[in-house]
Write a protein that binds this ligand. Sequence first.
Ligand SMILES: Nc1nc2c(ncn2[C@@H]2O[C@H](COP(=O)(O)OP(=O)(O)O)[C@@H](O)[C@H]2O)c(=O)[nH]1
Ligand SMILES: [Mg+2]
Length: 369
Amino acid sequence: MGLNCGIVGLPNVGKSTIFSAMTAAPAEAANYPFCTIEPNVGIVSVPDERLKKITEIIPTKKVIPAVVEFVDIAGLVEGASKGEGLGNKFLSHIRNVGVIVHVVRCFDDDDVVHVANTVNPASDIETINIELALADLETVEKRREKTLKNLRAGNKEAVKKLNAVLPLLETLSSTLSEGKPARSVDFTPEQLNLIYDLQLITLKKQLYVCNIDEDSIEAGNPYVDTVQRIAGEEGAEVVVICGKLESEIAALETPEEKQEFMEASGLKVSGMDTLVHAGYRMLGLRTFFTAGADENRAWTFHEGDKAPQAAGVIHTDFEKGFIKAEVYHCSDLFALGSEQKVKESGKLRIEGKEYLVQDGDVMHFRFNV
Ligand SMILES: Nc1nc2c(ncn2[C@@H]2O[C@H](COP(=O)(O)OP(=O)(O)O)[C@@H](O)[C@H]2O)c(=O)[nH]1
Ligand SMILES: [Mg+2]
């Protein structure tokens, strides 16, 4: 499964507005410039206050943030699962992403056409979720037919495996037929393994993004309440963003200008930052740091990685020749004020191959090749 976030939603809800705001080069990330792989694929810096604080304590030449990929997936309309709009092309894109970012229009604007003529988050969400469920239903049905055929022809070993999968396909089939997502079924990890290769869209984690108007920043609006209620029922997260405003902020040059503009518009935290963070975490991505005179850098590892794997993110040699890691947590650095004090107070540890890396660790690897 891809380690990226796919932005979906009905046409004209603000997907591309949000995507371009997100992928505008942030000033502080000059060393890891945003790059567009394809017009709709962007590498986004993950904003991290901790990296700034580390650099206040450990001065350095270069500061490099972690990054995460977002994809602007156009073409999801009612009937997409039956080939409407971009149909199957869009579906193949969405199958490859790790997390679905579902943008919902929560702003009124007579100049921006709504595909169903009226702004109605509940019905918009339903339209999208049903298309995704129908697309998965087709995948499941195809697999079920194939499985039944193979059962008739199969040898003993194959039949045993197919018999384990078949009831899962049947459960999925009836769930999806009701328009419910595959993730609403309580599968065990073993069962999930058996259906993993289907790449079901509705098995992916989903995050809702309310795209609001500037006027709603402080007061909120009833559309957002609706999305929050629906997300609550599904146990999904919600991020509220003013896409239009964020794209204006993104166009500004310096962090100071951005800050000033945000304050003037009553925006306390950037919804974009919150969104990038949420996507990163939902992908199971975590951050460790390296710090020194040449470079302070945030590196991405996967939740549950051990020290050698984390070292391998920097260089494969670091993983192959891993000896040990010197580790402390950035919160100790912030509390004590210097690396020297971290050492003196015994907060710097030597960890071996079995060490489970923690989000926020500052690491130094010893290796030989
Ligand atoms: N009023 C208002 N218009 C917006 C907002 N976000 C996007 N738009 C406008 O809505 C139109 C469609 O936006 P776009 O990002 O292309 O939507 P997409 O089809 O989902 O990619 C554009 O004209 C945007 O300027 C918003 O928060 N408020
Ligand atoms: Mg678009």
